[in-house]
Design a protein around this ligand. Structure first.
Ligand SMILES: *Cc1c(COP(=O)(O)O)cnc(C)c1O
Length: 347
């Protein structure tokens, strides 16, 4: 066995949904975001797990991503598409019964012409300037849209991972100004927004990363465990170097393990001489540069030769690993790649 092993804890994912759902009031629906193949963990399996936990509203980025969820769950759930109704999406939206979040006057026109009577939602821009109708655009179409009874109006927070950021309240105020009194179902918060308080919950929340064990859901259950087989162990003398570019030099007689995974497996090169792997609860520093398929690890501190070392575990979360590589947990999860042996467990 010479590839890394990913174990995905489905029970942890259910528990995370249940915990996030419990934070908002009972009349607030908790959806589940399963874009980017369920944050790299398999959208179909994530959707099934979250369905059993209680989720009935799912969000994907692109219409193409909905097929796996529809295949898995049939017509029991609503599937919403953040990118709205793009040219070429009409058949998918129709055949898979998708709900596009219309982002512009153009998309609204396309949708009403191509699929009159087909459900839709609207995404509003409240300051992030990424997707959604601007306030003036919304004002021009608002009355028409309201008369067509959209399923949802939503917007997205740019700084929700920082509760003290003034942008949060600014976007909340903008969202209320655009949607108060219209009698429409509303959604503003992803994982971060759920922790900003009930003002931010409206009728539906849309967590993604928190379901998969990431910040800012600090109490999240660990979902992804990665253990890497040790291919070889060697002693290196003082002054010897490890890896490409000789970037690590032994200061004391050392023992180096070479593990089977590298930047081709999403273990970013930025972790070179910086990250750690773990022998259960004992950290072992990365020695030298991360290669495409291998990483050198300084196991001098261990009193035995390990067969495997962990890079994600309860002792090192996706956010711990992301910090060492100068990125975020989202990027770690969605970069893991296809070479691992994957196991889904519900223990
Ligand atoms: C990705 C995304 C979410 C989920 O965000 P998390 O931070 O992963 O919880 C919700 N809404 C929109 C519009 C998104 O793009």
């Amino acid at each position: 066995m010479s590839t890394g092993n990913i174990t995905i804890n489905l029970k942890g994912i259910s528990a995370n949904w249940t915990a996030l759902n419990a934070i908002s009031a009972q009349n607030v629906e908790t959806a589940a975001v399963v874009k980017a193949d369920g944050y790299g963990l398999d959208a179909g399996r994530m959707a099934r797990t979250l369905y059993h936990a209680g989720a009935r509203q799912f969000f994907v980025a692109a219409a193409e991503e909905a097929a796996a969820i529809r295949r898995e769950l049939g017509d029991n759930v609503c599937i919403n598409v953040f990118s709205g109704h793009m040219r070429g999406d009409t058949e998918m939206i129709h055949d898979l019964h998708l709900i596009p979040m219309l982002n512009s006057f153009n998309q609204l026109t396309r949708h009403l012409e191509a699929l009159p009577g087909h459900p839709f939602g609207v995404q509003l821009d409240t300051g992030m300037n990424r997707l959604g109708m601007e306030p003036s655009e919304w004002e021009a179409v608002r009355d028409t849209v309201v008369s067509l009874k959209p399923d949802l109006v939503m917007s997205h927070l740019a700084c929700a991972d920082d509760p003290a950021h003034p942008m949060n309240r600014q976007q909340l105020t903008a969202f209320c100004a655009m949607t108060d009194g219209l009698g429409l179902k509303r959604s503003l918060s992803a994982t971060g927004g759920i922790f900003l308080g009930s003002d931010y919950h409206f009728d539906m929340t849309r967590p993604g990363i928190g379901l998969y064990g990431g910040a800012p859901f600090s109490e999240a259950n660990c979902v992804v465990h990665i253990s890497l087989p040790v291919i070889q162990i060697r002693d290196v003398a003082v002054g010897e170097t490890v890896g490409y570019g000789n970037s690590w030099t032994a200061q004391v007689p050392s023992r180096i393990a070479t593990v089977a995974a590298g930047y081709a497996d999403g273990l970013l090169r930025a972790m070179s001489n910086n990250g750690k792997l773990w022998d259960d609860q004992t950290p072992c520093p990365i020695a030298g540069r991360v290669s495409m398929d291998m990483i050198g690890v300084d196991i001098t501190g261990l009193n035995h030769d390990p067969q495997t070392l962990d890079i994600l575990s309860p002792y090192q979360t996706i956010d711990d690993l992301a910090d060492m590589a100068g990125t975020i947990g989202y990027e770690i999860l969605t970069s893991l790649g296809t070479r691992y042996a994957r196991r889904y467990v519900s223990q």
